[in-house]
Ligand binder design. Structure first.
Ligand code: PAF
Length: 286
């Protein structure tokens, strides 16, 4: 597996034509969830016979952190990350510098934000400026790597919808593929932040995936939201939100596919998770 640190090396490897690889963008601190993401990218690249294979990127993007302390303490574990990426099947890892991503001459134009990045009142409301930073870096990573497709984890559900909408609005010509959330055996969604949970917090964090699971007993969105708040409350976890929304727009749920989404702080650690949701059928055993 090749490790590239400059745009020139990247372009040498991928050749002059766009669409030569599948991109798996990450901020490092890789875990088994990322291994599945990269493996899916590698499988897609093989299926489509893309000579560049799956290119993972590792860049801790400063513009998507609303809190400087959070950015500073984001784990940087490059040596382990490269091993995991190789094991998962990445053909190459691109580790750009800040000046590659954000050239000091200001030549990079940030994309327009789609409504799903600003209207739902979920991550957009809890983390001011977060999606502006995500869209800015993703557009730039697309420009640098020019992939045919890019894989994003479903755990960051709103991010996935935002990136998909932004790529369509900006006509970036990249297929955005969602990859299912990978869970610990007890149900906790894998996250780079889980390493900050102490034993007691780890136990309480489990209430998030339990709430999403129990929400399936709800016969309507309001009932499901009440169930989620109750499960979280029993564990002493106060949610920032615990809602059911339209799966694509993240607006009020309608007749299309729906998603239950939770964000909560467990001690100092902010966690998010989500799951497909549909109303429990009347009389269906729960
Ligand atoms: O999901 C992430 O790890 C980041 O938000 C991403 C997509 C790599 C952009 O920095």
């Amino acid at each position: 597996m090749e490790v590239m640190r400059s745009i020139a090396d990247l372009h040498d490897r991928l050749g002059p034509r766009p669409g030569a690889c599948v991109l798996a963008p990450t901020m490092g601190a890789l875990h088994e969830g990322h291994a599945v993401l990269i493996a899916r990218g590698a499988a897609l690249a093989r299926e489509r016979r893309l000579a560049g294979g799956c290119v993972a990127t590792i860049f801790v993007n400063p513009t998507q952190f609303d809190d400087a302390a959070d950015f500073a303490r984001y784990p940087r574990t490059l040596t382990d990350d490269l091993q995991l990426a190789a094991r998962a099947g990445a053909s190459a890892v691109f580790v750009p510098g800040v000046a590659d991503v954000y050239p000091p001459d200001g030549s990079v134009v940030p994309p327009e934000l789609p409504p799903v990045a600003t209207r739902p009142g979920l991550e957009d409301a809890c983390r001011g400026g977060h999606f502006a930073g995500v869209c800015q870096v993703v557009k730039r990573l697309f420009e640098m790597t020019r992939p045919a497709s890019a894989v994003f984890g479903e755990k960051d559900w709103q991010q996935l919808q935002v990136v998909r909408a932004m790529a369509a609005m900006e006509r970036l010509g990249v297929e955005v593929v969602g990859v299912e959330t990978v869970r610990e055996p007890d149900g906790l969604a894998m996250s780079s932040r889980n390493r900050f949970l102490d034993g007691e917090g780890r136990g309480r964090a489990l209430s998030i995936s339990m709430a999403l699971c129990e929400a399936r007993r709800g016969r309507g969105a309001c009932e499901a939201e009440g169930i989620m708040r109750e499960v979280l409350g029993h564990a002493g976890v106060e949610p920032e939100y615990a809602v059911v929304r339209d799966a694509a727009t993240l607006g009020a749920p309608g007749s299309g596919p729906k998603r239950a989404l939770v964000a909560a702080r467990v001690g100092a650690v902010r966690l998010i998770d989500n799951a497909a949701w549909e109303p429990a059928a009347q009389g269906r055993p729960t």
